[in-house]
Design a protein around this ligand. Sequence first.
Ligand code: PA5
Length: 428
Amino acid sequence: MKKIILNLENAISEKEIQKYQEKVSKINESMNNFTSEGSDFLGWKDLPENSNWKEIEQMKKSAKILHDKNIETLVVIGIGGSYLGAKAAIDFVHGQYPGKERKMEIVFAGTSISSTSLAQLLNYVKNKKFAINVISKSGTTTEPAIAFRFFKNLLEEKVGAKEANELIFATTDAKRGTLFEFATTKKYQKFVISDDIGGRFSVLSPVGLFPLICAGINVDDLLEGAKEANKIYKDNSLETNDAYKYAVTRFVLGKKYSTEMLVSYEPNFSFFNEWWKQLYGESEGKEGKGLLPTSAVFSTDLHSLGQFIQEGSKILFETVMTVKNPKYDLTITEDVENLDKLNYLANKTVHYVNDAAFKATTDAHVKEGKVPNIHLLLDDFSEKTLGWLIMFFERACAISAYLLEINPFNQPGVEVYKKNMFKILGKN
Ligand code: PA5
């Protein structure tokens, strides 16, 4: 059964979508034959079917050792694709205020070069029993490298160099890079990022899986969901493949609008939004092309951005995610005094009110605001649904970028600031 229902009735017509069938079939074929541009980086697309289960078992064993040692916190050190997927998945499944289900606290470091933030996080973990998972495909990224030096020193001071080596896990390239060499020298447990998987497509690889296993997320279900989704989302047909329909829709809307806003009605999806922004921004924003991916959480942001969306410049369309079955629901009780005048909602659930906000807002934005609206109805907050969602957006992202005649898998523009920074810092 499908875990995501796509509704395009407020976006474009089915007829318009079908015009792209031939183009999409060609692109899909070239991806299947590995002849598309950047095809060296297509490893993500069959990852749920080709998962390295031996390595996953090893990750589970390592996580168990950490749990048995009563490690409270895992410091995940990485930036961009090396942390956003794990953060997005943990918040999606467990929420922002996790309960007993969170087996280990996961905190993220090396996501900026802020001294304040780094010092505060070091201070936060210093009296906890913590372990480290340093993640970098290239193994040379400055932000995580700086953070790792500090956290490694702190851990060694706390537990001694020998025990620290047992508590440090490196996720990196199989054969090369500074982090690979570092981890080999120190004999850290290593997990491998395959050559054919880029950072922003790596959430279902050890990059995402090890922190998720430590947190207590069911990665078997996550991969199973992604696998189920892949059966549908790898298909050529624009009649049945919703991921490719979404790709075509945003391509068509992109001719008129410069911005796509990913919206959800669940604060637990905030970091999913961030993951999505990197996926689309870095994959498509090249050669003067691509939609600006931005995001919001409603109804929160209806009280900040709502005015702009309703009546401001007509630069955007919305892609809205709502959830059919909330993880928890609450019924609003009747109050004898009714001082807050809320008795009209008595016996209704909070999720019902959230759904009313969604329906009302869609109507307002589409009909009066003239903002096109793509809707994704997700089944629930489960790992399986998340697996579907990840595959949906990854598959769509590749097609979308190829429709723009762009290689989705490189990011040459990111190097420009780095070069300047290294010049200022005197790095050879
Ligand atoms: O998608 C990408 O490739 C990038 O955003 C990387 O994830 C990010 O720059 C981190 O790179 P690395 O894992 O090499 O440290």
